[in-house]
Each structure stands twice: as C-alpha cells, then as structure tokens.
Design a protein around this ligand. Structure first.
Ligand SMILES: Cc1ncc(COP(=O)(O)O)c(C=O)c1O
Length: 492
C-alpha cells in the first residue's frame, strides 16, 4: 500500500499487516528458518539444563499492546527453540523419532495463510480432493482394497481412539460394558488410554503375554478369548502392533487376522511406527497380513517424515467410519452423497480443523514416493548396522534384534544383580546423552532397564550412526571402568 510519494503507509486495520509488512516478516523468518535448518546437524541433540529456568523466564502476562516482530523472533529462536530436544536433527534416535520435511512446513504456511475450510466437501471440493488423494495413497501402501478409506488425524493416539470407538459402534450394542479388548503386554499405552476414553472399564483391556521376541502369543490370545466368552463377556476387538515402541516387534498379524475372522472380532493394527515400512520389500514381508485388518493406524509424522501433528486412520470399509460418526445438525450444510467424495466431518470426530492433507500431499508430489521408500530402507540398514557394531562391545547384549529400524540393548556383565544392571545401564544412557551427539531413551524389557536406538529421522545417515556407536563404545568402557572394578577387577 504505497502512497504516491512511495512512503509505506501504516496498515488500516491493526490485525491486517500491509503488503510490505508481510514481505518483511517473511524475509526475516525465511532467513532464520534456513539458518536453523541447515545447522540442525551441528546443533546439540538435546539441551544441557533441566529447562526450568528457561521455561519460567518465558512466563508472561497477557499483552495489551503491540510488540516488535524482530524482538519476538529473537525470543523464539534464541530463548525458546534451543531449550529442546533436537527432534528434527539427525541425532534424535529416541522414542519413535518424528520428521519435519521442509516442504511440509511450506505447505503448512500455505494452508494456514489461505485458511480454507476442509471439514465439509462443499467448502473446498478441490482441496478436499487433494487430502482424499493422500488417504487413498496410504490405503494403497498398506494394500487395502476398493471401498477402503480413512482420515488424517493429529497422531497415532487419536487414530487408535477413533478406531476403538468405530469398532465399538460396529460390533457392540449401546450398552457395551461387557465388551473386552485384546492387545499385547507390549502395546503402546495409547491403546489402553483410548479404551478408557471410549468408555470401557480399564479391566476390560486384556494384555496378552508376548513371546521372547516381544510378539503377541496367538495361543494365549485364543485361550483368553475362550475364557472370557465362557465367563459371559463379549470379546469384540483385537489390537495388534505393527512395530511396538519398546522394541519394534511386529505381532503375528496374519494369525491375529485368522483369529479375528474365526471369532468375528474387529482387528485393529497399530502401525503408528511400522506401517509405512510396507512400502519396502523387507517391510512388506514382515507386515504380512496387515491388509486383513479392519482398521490401521499410521503415523505420517513418524514413518513418512512429516512434522508432528499428522496421523492417519484407515479402515477396510469406509462406511464403518461413516456409521460410527453419523449425526446431524440443522445449521450444517447439506452433505453431498456422491460416492466419489467425502465430507471429512462425516467420518471423523472433528469438524473444524487444519488442512493437514497439504503437508503430506506436497512432499509426496514433490519427491515421489520412491524417495520415502529409499529413506525407510536406509533406516532399516542403519539399525542393523548399529546392532552388529554393538555386539562387538564387551558385555553388550542385543535384547531386541532390529526387524524394522529399532534395536534394544543393554550392558550385561556377569556377577551383577538386577538392580546393579539397571543402575549401570541408566548410567550408560546418561553418559551417551551427555555427549549431545545423539539422544537415546530407554525402556524396561523382561523387568530390566534397556537402551534403545530407533532410526527414523530422514536426516539420520551413516555418519551419525558411526558417532552414536563410537559414543556408546566410549561410554560403555567408562561405565565398566568406573562401576565394575570392585566386581570384576576392572576391564576384562
Ligand atoms: C506404536 C505406537 N502407537 C501409538 C503411538 C501414539 O502416537 P502419537 O504420539 O502420534 O499420538 C506411538 C507413539 O510413539 C507409537 O509408537
């Protein structure tokens, strides 16, 4: 909005920046973001403080008056962002890593700047189509047939929740309290949480024991279903895992599908971590049977390297989602009923929501799905390589072999009690993380603490894995030197 003499006029409305102000904001942000992204590999993998001081320093009162954009960016980039795990960097090998593809950030910017409404088809038919394409591509990736469908969610927890509600509404009467749910003792806690949120007593969730590979035991599952039926309960849902968070274990999906079929139960597969590996040759073999599930959770913010806040729930029969969410309101627009199209609010718990499809659509179109497949293959290779290297460290035991891209391990020198082993391995974890080249987390397996490496960031390559193994080797030597002399006479 230049005046005739070229001077920049202030905006007419306080909430509407001028064209020049928008350009200036974008120019500054793009400088900051590019600098941030290109230096991600050099940034520490985690932060060195306990975070309390930094967090408290940023508590603030509701501001009445305007602030300075440059100053606000300094707060973000200098004070806030550095006090965080570097979840977008190559050294983040903790939990299940997320992604953060740059084109997705661009897509989010476009989506929020145009702020179109995709909750109902009629409000933005062409944009809804782009998101529908993404859902269809995901169905194709897991091998789902015609008639399948799904929704993009904010993450795996919400996908699991929606799946459980859908299964409940498809398989149980309105008074559903005697319905029982079967999952393994390795399942993600979001499954139990979802069951409770869906209205079930927690005691109705059966944790079926897993075998020595941490996979659900189908014989124990069958036995428990029989036992519950005999007690007058109503088994209705099996939740299998396609890649557990603890060890990456994949339940025997084909066997679970057989049982579900024979017993007329709904089979949901939590593939938040593992389902996208179906794109790879090895993954397809490991996940055999996944397409027989009635519903599948996938987390594009894990296996497709997208930013946090992007989950997906697929169902074999799209009508099941529609039936589970059916309701009406006088003020709603008339929904179209062309089978080619969908109103997302008709098949999901959400009405207004972000246009999250764009952050998947843009990078997939831009890079092609082959780039994602190659990325996942590389992560599988890196995890295998790491496990082989770890085997060479004295007293190191691989507790869970990498099937997908996750391995669990612990130092296990002879002569230590269980508590001593736990303390030793917690110390090992702390020492590795203190180096800040990688960030690892642990878990408890067979009652004892273990460390994990989960390789899933698109930015993690061999150079970082070499660093990870070198740090682990050095830390393991130090732990054994400092903690074990009294027991073993020092390094063996
Ligand atoms: C196997 C599994 N299921 C479900 C979830 C929950 O997903 P989200 O964190 O996206 O809600 C996770 C998260 O790590 C997971 O690993």
């Amino acid at each position: 909005m230049d005046s005739r003499d070229g001077a920049v006029e202030p905006p007419v409305h306080a909430l509407e920046p001028s064209a020049e102000q928008m350009s200036a904001m974008l120019a500054r942000v793009s400088e900051l973001i590019i600098e941030h992204v290109v230096t991600l590999p050099d940034q520490p993998a985690s932060y060195a403080t306990d975070g309390r001081t930094e967090a408290r320093a940023l508590a603030e009162a509701l501001p009445e008056n305007s602030g300075d954009f440059a100053q606000l960016m300094r707060v973000l980039f200098e004070d806030a962002i550095p006090t965080s795990f570097n979840t977008a960097g190559p050294g983040y090998l903790a939990y299940i890593p997320g992604g953060g593809l740059f084109p997705s950030a661009v897509a989010d910017f476009i989506a929020t700047a145009v702020n179109r409404y995709v909750g109902v088809w009629v409000a933005a038919p062409a944009l809804v189509q782009l998101e529908m394409n993404v859902v269809r591509w995901f169905c194709e990736i897991v091998g789902y047939p015609e008639g399948s469908g799904g929704i993009l969610t904010s993450g795996g927890s919400l996908s699991n929740f929606t799946a459980i509600v859908t299964a409940r509404r498809e398989r149980l009467p309105e008074a559903f309290w005697s319905g029982t749910i079967y999952t393994s003792d390795q399942t993600h806690h979001s499954v139990r949480k979802a069951a409770v949120l869906a209205g079930f007593p927690e005691a109705n969730v059966r944790e079926i024991p897993s075998n020595d590979r941490f996979e659900m035991r189908s014989d124990a599952l069958r036995a428990r279903i029989m036992e519950d039926r005999a007690a007058g309960l109503v088994p209705f849902l099996i939740v299998g895992s396609a890649g557990t968070t603890n060890t990456g274990a994949i339940d025997p999906l084909d066997a679970l599908a057989d049982i579900a079929e024979q017993e007329s139960l709904w089979l949901h597969v939590d593939g938040a971590y593992g389902a996208f590996f179906s794109m790879t040759e090895r993954g397809k073999e490991l996940l055999n049977g996944i397409a027989r599930a009635d519903s599948i959770t996938l987390d594009p913010h894990k296996g497709l390297f997208l930013p946090y806040g992007t989950g997906a729930l697929l169902v074999r029969n799209e009508d099941s989602l529609r039936r589970a969410h059916a309701t009406f309101a006088d003020y709603m627009p008339v929904m179209q009923n062309d089978a080619d199209f969908v109103d997302f609010c008709d098949v999901s718990p959400e009405l207004s929501r972000d246009f999250r499809g764009l952050r998947a659509w843009l990078p997939i179109k831009l890079f092609g799905i082959g780039a994602f497949r190659d990325g996942l293959d590389e992560k599988m290779d890196l995890a295998r390589w790491a496990a082989d290297e770890l085997r060479g460290i004295p007293d190191m035991q691989i507790v869970a072999e990498p099937h997908l891209s996750l391995t669990a391990f612990r130092l296990q020198p002879g002569g230590c009690s269980g508590e001593e082993l736990d303390a030793l391995n917690r110390d090992l974890l702390a020492r590795v993380n203190a180096k800040q080249n990688v960030y690892l987390t642990g878990t408890v397996l067979d009652g004892r603490f273990a460390l994990r490496i989960c390789v899933l960031s698109f930015r993690t390559h061999m150079d970082r894995m070499e660093l990870c193994v070198a740090d682990l080797r050095e830390a393991a030597d130090a732990v054994r030197r400092d903690a074990l002399p009294a027991k073993t006479g020092g390094l063996a």
